[in-house]
Design a protein around this ligand. Structure first.
Ligand code: ATP
Ligand code: MG
Length: 298
């Protein structure tokens, strides 16, 4: 992209006339949202030629005001999160327990990864935060149980959502039920049904594991809640749904050894519930075969 084109787009952005723009050059044309454009300009600011051009027009004062407001917001969120109880520290996100307008809430914060290029990191983190909020809403609209989203903060990349009080993960429930010698077939049937409904809405979860499903109390009522939609996306393709089930199968059988029969019951219930299960199960079989071939080749 040429500096002058970037500068023109940026000027319109500064005057508030631009929410998103298409920047064209001889070789390509890209549509940027205003936040992406701002980041792009910031990275170009390191180039002294472009800095001189901006200095001539004196637009960087407002830029620093934007930065100051964002920094203040980040600082306030940081201070708030420091007072909360940390529930889980993952590789991508921290999950805190807190209150949102007096309601029990969890705050899921996707933090900055310094090993990534800042632009790429901002883009990925933004996308995952947005995707999580969007897919949860789509599921809730279709009556698929997920936590209520209270608020999404795109500056600190935090999602504030309903805290499912007294819940356990399906992972922990399976482990404790196995210890007691209880049956898991009822649970398998419930999971199969919910996943079929989710796939019929074209939501692909992207990270189906037994840790990303919760059971509300009383746990024996098997009231499932799906969580952790950061890798989710929308697709109607049987292949994407088949891969989603394959990811779950792998995670399920490695976390809970000797549960092949339970997983078969899950698939049976999925097949009976989903309107488009035949093509999806066919794809699942193909993906399994590919997986097996790959592991034979090594
Ligand atoms: N809405 C919620 N209510 C109650 N507990 C929750 C809620 N959301 C998340 N948790 C708890 O926090 C854990 C981590 O949440 P989540 O899976 O969203 O984050 P994560 O960082 O992606 O975790 P992982 O890397 O294990 O997938 C969950 O397994 C669950 O125990
Ligand atoms: Mg998770």
């Amino acid at each position: 992209m040429f500096m002058s084109e970037l500068f023109l787009s940026y000027s319109s952005f500064r005057t508030g006339r631009l929410l998103c723009c298409t920047v064209q050059s001889v070789t390509h044309s890209i549509c940027y949202s205003s936040s992406e454009l701002r980041l792009l300009v910031k990275s170009h600011l390191r180039s002294s030629a472009f800095f001189a051009l901006l200095a001539e027009q004196q637009p960087h004062r407002a830029d620093s005001m934007d930065d100051q407001a964002e920094n203040r917001s980040r600082q306030r969120t940081r201070e708030y999160l420091e007072g909360l109880q940390l529930l889980k520290q993952g590789a991508e996100a921290r999950v805190y327990r807190g209150l949102f307008l007096g309601k029990p809430a969890v705050v899921k914060e996707r933090f900055t990864k310094t090993y990534r290029h800042p632009l790429l990191d901002e883009k990925l983190t933004h996308r995952r935060t947005a995707q999580e909020g969007r897919s949860i809403l789509r599921c809730r609209k279709a009556g698929i149980p997920t936590p209520v989203v209270y608020f999404v903060d795109y500056i600190s990349h935090c999602i504030y959502m309903e805290y499912i009080e007294g819940s356990v993960t399906v992972r922990d429930y399976i482990i404790s039920t196995e210890e007691k010698g209880g049956s898991l077939y009822g649970l398998a049937e419930k999971i199969g049904k919910i996943l079929a409904r989710m796939h019929d809405e074209d939501v692909i979860h992207g990270d189906l594991t037994t840790s990303n499903m919760l059971l509300r109390p009383p746990h024996q009522d098997l009231e499932l809640v799906l969580i952790d939609f950061g890798l989710s996306f929308i697709s109607a393709l049987p292949e994407d749904k088949g891969v989603d089930l394959y990811v779950l199968e792998k995670a399920f059988l490695s976390t809970h050894p000797n549960t092949e029969d339970v997983f078969s019951a899950l698939l049976k219930s999925y097949t009976a519930t989903s309107k488009k299960s035949a093509a999806i199960i066919k794809k699942l079989d193909e993906v399994r075969l590919r997986g097996r071939k790959r592991s034979m080749v090594g």
